[in-house]
Write a protein that binds this ligand. Sequence first.
Ligand code: HEM
Length: 408
Amino acid sequence: MSKNPFVLDPTARRRTEEEAELHSAEGPVLVDILGEQAWAVGDPELLARLLTDPRVSKDPRQHWPRFIAGEIVGKWPLYLQVAVDNMFTAYGPDHRRLRRLVSPAFALRRMTSLMPSVEQNTEDLLDELARRAEEIVDLRDAFAVQLPIRVISDLLGVPEAMRTRFRSTIDRIWDTTSTPEEATASTADVYAMLEEHIRAKRAVPGDDLTSVLIAARDDEGDGTALTERELIDTLLLVVAAGYETTVNLIDSAVTALLADPAQLAHVREGRATWDDVVEEALRFAAPVSHMPMRYAVEDIEVSGGETIRKGDAILPSFGAASNHPRIHGESAAQFDVTRENKSHMAFGHGVHYCLGAPLARAEGVTALSGLFDRFPHIRLAMPLTELEPVPSILGNGHRSLKVRLQAE
Ligand code: HEM
């Protein structure tokens, strides 16, 4: 890798231009992601091919020479994303082992049993919002953030007293504008918090995912179980993967519906369902724009006459792949809940496909239907031009979303 890479903007203000660049490319695009080079892939067909190709790994410990050489360290803002030791960064048989151990925790039965908590948390939050109906409310902060954090906290059995710290610590993982010192401190804080949580659950287990994973760590003793490090990093994965992503989904769907009342009318008048809204929001504004990283295990020839060399990093660009004009035509950049083909790659593709997709979809539908039923006159309280992106190359949402909940 050398030539002039296309520099990805850590503040995400140029996301639309970056997606256009990826859409216009025939093959992968060499990018600079916070000082590291990678082949960004926003072409859905090429991306699907690479994500099912055994020559593409997610494990930097085995397949990223820069990581192996110790050149990728804690002060790189994405260090935690690539260095965690869980199924997210595992390859081949290791990934199969870890995913098999963790999958029961995501079984449909457990996810279905969470639905009453999703519904109750939604009702509680709407009650809290109703008490602020006279004010201008930041809906991201007061609703979109609150629901997933409460659901994940219930899922993991996080006690009430730890929830505020939980949220502020996790928020910092997604911020790609942090300084090296801040990134190092965030990593240390996250691990300290998770270790404390595991200690408490070991002492007093409960009916929660943390206790299920602790049992997967402690019970086997035959080398197939989770190591202590994998246990902590798997918890980190659930928190990191399941929180901000769902926040962004709710935020983007609400924004798109408020920005174009005709879309909301389609739902209210029965031409589209809340499931349609969720799928279209995932397609239109994938909650994860880019997901670092993959690594070429061997040289791989790709379209556009490029060869991805052994050891090169590959950056799946799920956002660009989801709203690609080749799949969705000239209207690809428009939010349209009635469009027939809403296919997307927002939950990934291949062996690492999102384990939490059913939960995320259920949260999205419950949150949106609840919000728009309870506050039928809800509208934006800020010009669309003032919406600022969350400063993250990875997460796609807004810093704040100011609304008025009732008619004046
Ligand atoms: C709208 C919400 C969500 C989005 C857009 C999303 C997106 C993704 C994507 C793109 C991947 C694949 C990453 C890759 O291939 O590199 C993934 C993996 C994963 N997600 Fe989600 N996710 C969401 C919600 C959740 C939730 C709620 C949970 C859990 C509570 C969760 C747990 C996971 C896990 C455990 C993996 C790793 C699977 C593996 O590596 O085998 N996700 N997610």
